[in-house]
Design a binder for this molecule. Sequence first.
Ligand code: FES
Length: 334
Amino acid sequence: MSATILETATATPHRDEGWLEATVCEAVRLASDTLHLRLVSATNEPLPPYAPGAHIALRCGEDLVRHYSLTGPCEHEGLYDLGVKLSTVSTGGARWIFDEVSVGTRLSISVPRNNFPLVEASGGYLFLSGGIGVTPIISMLYSLRARGVRARLIHMCRAREDQAFEHWLTELSSFHDIQLHYDVESGKPDLGAMLGMRQADSLVYCCGPTGMMDELRLYGEREGCADQFHFEYFAPRVRPEEDVDDCEFTVVQKSTGREIPVPNTKTMLAALRDAGVDMKSECEYGVCGWCAVRVLEGTPAHFDSYLTSVEKEANELVLPCVSRCKGQRITLDI
Ligand code: FES
């Protein structure tokens, strides 16, 4: 089965507040395809503090914005550490960083935002990460260590040579229970078995490839414990070609009754903006939830990674940056 990435990235996100100027003070290649960047403020104002799980948006040239988790021990006040992985399905952001960014490069970044906060867990924590998805979890593990709370991490990589951030994981393993899984040595990870070993009331934090996250999300929903799972998606959903059905349809704007056509060449978000509708957005690839609008009539074709399957079935919200319409018309509360 072949697959395509929905190419939805657009210009600067329509969330204009809270942008900062930063300078790269360290740029280190950790694995063949992973770069560790350390940023410092480019002005007299230090970079603001952040909580574990936070991310920043980063402008990658003129037309792209990408999101990167803040990582590391959080002990260097005023510095941000990021991990950037250059994937074979890069939609341009990581490629731009690898080609254009080095020590001294000035970058435009957002203030830290957090869709993946670390909440109190009476039954402990299980962290599951894949590849570069370990970055927000490293910050969480340092934070828990500072509070004397032990946790378990199972980190999955394709092979040992893909393993980045080994220095931090080694340091953390003297306190936390950290298990490393390499696919080429141990085969495909058995996520169900990993989850089966956790305490029933523990919280599960997951960050990794979309396929892994979708499998974990389904497990939580099937076992009736979806509320114990926390996810941070960092990549757009990969849509199988047979799943792509970008037909034309019409959005009815409830507040005015106006009918706005969405051609198959545009996202719903782009069509609404082109028609003059003021729409919020941030990631524009279906992971942040910032563009969500209420559905009043019609049925969305959901292509995001943000809503749970229960929320998708409820038919109440749609993320117009990636999702479309099953049928000819959809009425939105805009
Ligand atoms: S802008 Fe992030 S989900 Fe639509």
